[in-house]
Design a binder for this molecule. Structure first.
Ligand code: FMN
Length: 320
């Protein structure tokens, strides 16, 4: 067993947290990860009260947390009350300034985890009272920014050692197997946050054809852009862009985002394609780690597999 500050702080068997992936991480996925000894997070995403209630119901008695997209939560802060009323294992915030929410989360005695993309974000997370921060590299699936995971995690570890040594650190972006977990611990992280690997599991809510199309891609075949956000008319602030698989849609509009903005019919067609799993129009939301993923197992088996592989590596299997 790999025991770290993270496993001790949250009573986990393995230092593995599943990402709160909007419209992908429902209650069943989060519960499966927690049930296998990791920490599962519901993807509260853009915030839909009814969807959140269903997700917590689907999680049953499992101890799960919940994540929000911070800039969107700021537009509908009442959703935080609703989620805190479920006494989640953690409240996770990413993409925006978490400081306005810090006191309310602390008053509810719920640990706060903030995902950060820059050192400036890291300082905001410390000020917000985060118990743990996730240093997210640009390799990640979904929204993020541009730092490389390898050096950003190490720099965040140094920064925390100097300025906030009690704040725990997780690594995210490009981690999909035991190698990624073992390497993250070497960089100074207390654990990992994993999205794409858990997206390609049985419990994920994305349509099966969408997941199959994603798994078929290799790590070269992803792109970080604003194209899906333009198509969805989502007003994401800088510096955040979204990494997805490449497809006919991204190939068509990669050089012409302004042209995409003029396509009045597209948002409805895109939303329909996303729901139906039409991966030629709506690209699968995956990171570069998709090149390490070739199957769609149960989420609990992913937790066990990653932990077992990392344990063996740390015990000496890295020697060749
Ligand atoms: C399908 C998908 C949806 C995501 N949605 C969210 C989200 O709603 N909120 C969030 O904080 N992060 C989201 N992320 C990013 C994850 O939190 C995490 O940083 C990322 O998955 C880590 O990199 P990896 O995909 O290489 O494991 C999403 C990632 C994926 C793959």
């Amino acid at each position: 067993m790999i025991e770290t500050r993270l496993t001790r702080a949250f009573g986990l068997e393995h230092p593995i947290v599943s990402a709160p992936m909007a419209l992908a991480s429902g209650g069943a996925l989060a519960a499966a990860v927690s049930g296998a000894g990791g920490l599962g997070l519901i993807g509260g995403g853009y915030g839909d009260a009814e969807w959140l209630e269903t997700a917590f119901r689907d999680a049953g008695n499992a101890r799960v947390g919940c994540g929000f997209i911070t800039w969107k939560l700021a537009q509908q802060p009442h959703l935080l009350d609703a989620v805190l009323a479920h006494d989640p294992a953690v409240l996770f915030l990413s993409f925006g300034d978490p400081r306005p929410f810090g006191d309310q989360i602390a008053d509810a005695a719920v640990p706060l985890i903030c995902q950060v993309q820059t050192i400036e974000h890291l300082d905001q997370a410390i000020e917000a009272g985060a118990k743990a921060v996730v240093a997210q590299g640009g390799e990640a699936g979904g929204h993020g920014a541009t730092r490389g995971t390898l050096n950003f995690v190490a720099e965040a570890a140094d920064h925390l050692t100097r300025h906030a040594p009690n704040v725990l650190l997780l690594a995210a972006g490009g981690i999909a197997d035991g190698r990624g977990l073992a390497a993250s611990l070497m960089l100074g992280a207390d654990g990992v946050l994993i999205g794409t690997r858990f997206w390609a599991t049985q419990e994920c809510l994305a349509p099966v054809p969408m997941r199959q199309a994603g798994i078929a891609a290799n790590g070269d075949q992803t792109i970080r852009s604003s194209l899906p956000d333009i198509a969805r008319r989502l007003d994401w602030p800088a510096p955040f862009t979204i990494r997805t698989a490449r497809n006919a849609f991204t190939d068509t509009w990669e050089g012409d985002p302004e042209g995409l903005r003029q396509q009045d019919e597209l948002p409805a067609a895109y939303a329909k394609a996303f729901q139906a799993g039409d991966a030629d129009l709506a690209p699968p939301i995956v990171g570069e780690a998709i090149g390490l993923i070739h199957d769609m197992p149960k989420a609990g088996d992913v937790v066990t597999r990653i932990a077992t592989e990392a344990e063996a590596l740390l015990a000496g299997a890295w020697r060749r």
